[in-house]
Design a protein around this ligand. Structure first.
Ligand code: ZN
Ligand code: ZN
Length: 128
């Protein structure tokens, strides 16, 4: 089948047509989809690309000054709500990626054992 056969002559046209090339393929098992965008890790509050930006600010605020995350309050998606996000960020490595199914949505997970486990479970990482 070629691309030319997929023209939607019948039925309702999707509001924002995407070509399959632009879309993500859902994968069950295996590693997380390499097509989901990854953003710089925030290590102890410091963006891995930008490093310390303002020496006068505590390290858990450094990422809030960098061009990647400026103005953003990052928070681990899996840590309990009652924990202070700044406190978590100060003591953890926070991974940030774009939601594979929802562009524009970030998913975050810290490097704690519990959260990593939940993350891999949710995103289909095969545990064997
Ligand atoms: Zn940065
Ligand atoms: Zn966490």
């Amino acid at each position: 089948m070629t691309m030319d056969n997929i023209h939607t002559t019948e039925g309702v046209r999707a509001p924002a047509p995407l070509s399959p090339r632009e879309m993500h393929i859902e994968r069950q098992g295996g590693l997380p989809s390499p097509t989901s965008r990854r953003f710089p890790q925030v290590r102890g509050g410091i963006c891995e690309y930008c490093g310390v930006i303002d020496q006068n600010q505590p390290s858990q605020y450094q990422y809030k000054l960098c061009p990647h995350y400026r103005g953003l309050q990052l928070q681990c998606s899996y840590c309990p709500n009652e924990k202070d996000p700044d406190e978590i960020i100060l003591h953890a490595v926070l991974n940030v990626a774009e939601h594979p199914d929802r562009p524009g949505v970030l998913i975050t997970w810290c490097d704690s054992y519990e959260c990593s486990k939940k993350h891999w479970k949710k995103w289909g990482y095969a545990e064997s």
